[in-house]
Design a protein around this ligand. Structure first.
Ligand SMILES: [Mg+2]
Length: 377
C-alpha cells in the first residue's frame, strides 16, 4: 500500500509491508525506492517466506538474497523489497517475545536518538533550532558557502552543520574539492555526496584533498556495496537508507564494519515514512558508532497520522520506544485516504535542463562558488 507525501515529487510514495503469521501476529515494514517496482518484487519474494518460521530472520534473508541473485542482483529494488519484509520479521519476533526490536539487536546504547533537520531557508533553520535541533543540513552547491556562513553566524558553534552536495554525475572531483576547501573553515559535521557515489575513485580524490568528514551511502544496497568505501578509508560517515539498504541486520553488520574502521553511522531518511524511521531508531539505539539521524521534520501533515504508536520527539531527539516489536502500526484507513498521486517519472518541461545541470557545474563557476546568499541574511 502507498501513502503519497504531497510535499514530495508525485513518484515518491511510501510503501508499507505487512507480514501475517498463522499465530495471529503480524509485522509491519517499510521499503523505499521505486515503489511500484519494489511492490512487484515483494510479491515475487512472498513464496520464499510463506509457511516459514519468521524467527529465522537471517536464514530467510539469505534465501531471498539467493533468489535475487538469480535476477543478476537488482540493486536497491531487490534490497528495498527484502528490507520491508525483513523489517516486518523483526516486528513479528519482537511482538512474539514481548520485547522491543532494539533488545533483539543487542540492547540499548542510548535512550534517545539525535536528529538533524533540513535548513531549506533561514526561517526553517530558526524553527528547528527553536525546537531544540542541534543539527542542520543544507542541500546543493548554489550559494553553498554564503549559506553555511549565514547559518554559522546566526547559530554559532553549538549547532552542527552539514552539506549535502547531492552526488550528481555532473559534479567533478575538482569542483567538489574547490567547494570543500571553501567549506573547511566552518567545521562541518560532514560533506555528503560531493561527487557521484557510482565513481569510487572520484570520491577517493575528494576525500584525500578535503579536510571534512565525507559522508555517503544512501544509494547503496547492502554491506557488499558500501564496505569498500569504509575499508579503503574513503568515507568517514556511512549513510545506509533504512528503507532500502537490505534490512536491520544488514545495517547492524555495516555498523560493525564501520566500527572496526573508525567510521560513524548516520542513517539516511530522504523521504522515508514513519515505520522505517522508527526501525532506524531501534537499530541505531544499539550501536556505539552512531552519529546522527536524518529527520524529515516537515514533509507531509499525515506523516504520523498513518500510524499508531506516536514517536516522542523532544529537544531534537527521538525517544527510543519500549513497546514490543517496532512499537508502531500502520492505519490502513488513514493510508487509504492518501492514495498515491501517480507513479510516472517527472517529465522535464525544459529540454535543456540536463544540459543546464552539467553547464551549471562548470560554467559561471565563480558565481555558484562565491554566491551571494543575500536571502539568508
Ligand atoms: Mg543525500
Amino acid at each position: 500500500m502507498n501513502a503519497s507525501p504531497p510535499g514530495m515529487a508525485n513518484w515518491r510514495h511510501w510503501l508499507f509491508v505487512k507480514v501475517h503469521t498463522d499465530k495471529g501476529i503480524y509485522g509491519v515494514g517499510e521499503c523505499w525506492g521505486w515503489p511500484r517496482v519494489v511492490e512487484t518484487a515483494i510479491h515475487d519474494l512472498k513464496p520464499l517466506v510463506t509457511g516459514e518460521d519468521p524467527c529465522h530472520v537471517e536464514r530467510l534473508w539469505q534465501r531471498m538474497f539467493a533468489a535475487v541473485m538469480g535476477h543478476g542482483m537488482t540493486g536497491v529494488v531487490g534490497s528495498g523489497a527484502m528490507t520491508g519484509i525483513e523489517m516486518a520479521l523483526w516486528d513479528i519476533k519482537g511482538k512474539a517475545l514481548d520485547t522491543p526490536v532494539w533488545n533483539l539487536l543487542g540492547g540499548k546504547m542510548r535512550d534517545r536518538v539525535r536528529l538533524y533537520g533540513h535548513a531549506f531557508d533561514m526561517e526553517r533553520a530558526r524553527q528547528l533550532v527553536a525546537r531544540g535541533f542541534t543539527g542542520l543540513k543544507l542541500f546543493g552547491w548554489k550559494d553553498c558557502v554564503p549559506r553555511v556562513e549565514a547559518l554559522r553566524d546566526a547559530f554559532g558553534p553549538d549547532i552542527d552543520l552539514m552539506v549535502d552536495a547531492g552526488g550528481g554525475p555532473w559534479q567533478t572531483p575538482s569542483d567538489a574539492i574547490a567547494l570543500g576547501k571553501r567549506l573547511e573553515p566552518f567545521s562541518l559535521l560532514f560533506y555528503e555526496d560531493p561527487v557521484s557515489s557510482l565513481d569510487i575513485e572520484a570520491v577517493s580524490r575528494v576525500s584525500d584533498a578535503v579536510n571534512i568528514p565525507i559522508a555517503m551511502g544512501e544509494s547503496h544496497p547492502g554491506v557488499y556495496s558500501l564496505a569498500p568505501l569504509i575499508e579503503r578509508g574513503i568515507i568517514d560517515v556511512a549513510q545506509p537508507d533504512t528503507g532500502r539498504f537490505g534490512g536491520l541486520l544488514q545495517m547492524k553488520k555495516l555498523a560493525a564494519i564501520a566500527e572496526a574502521h573508525s567510521v560513524m553511522m548516520a542513517p539516511h531518511d530522504g523521504s522515508l515514512g514513519p515505520v522505517a524511521e522508527m526501525a532506524a531508531v531501534h537499530m541505531v539505539a544499539t550501536i556505539p558508532n552512531f552519529l546522527i539521524q536524518e529527520h524529515l521534520a516537515c514533509d507531509v501533515p499525515q506523516r504520523y497520522e498513518v500510524m499508531s504508536g506516536q514517536p516522542v520527539i523532544e529537544e531534537g531527539h527521538i525517544v527510543v520506544p519500549d513497546s514490543p516489536g517496532l512499537g508502531v502500526d500502520i492505519d490502513e484507513e488513514v493510508i487509504a485516504r492518501h492514495p498515491p498521486k501517480g507513479h510516472d517519472m517527472p517529465v522535464d518541461e525544459d529540454a535543456s535542463e540536463y544540459d543546464f545541470q552539467y553547464v551549471a557545474a562548470h560554467g559561471k563557476r565563480a558565481r555558484w562558488l562565491e554566491g551571494s546568499g543575500k536571502e539568508w541574511r
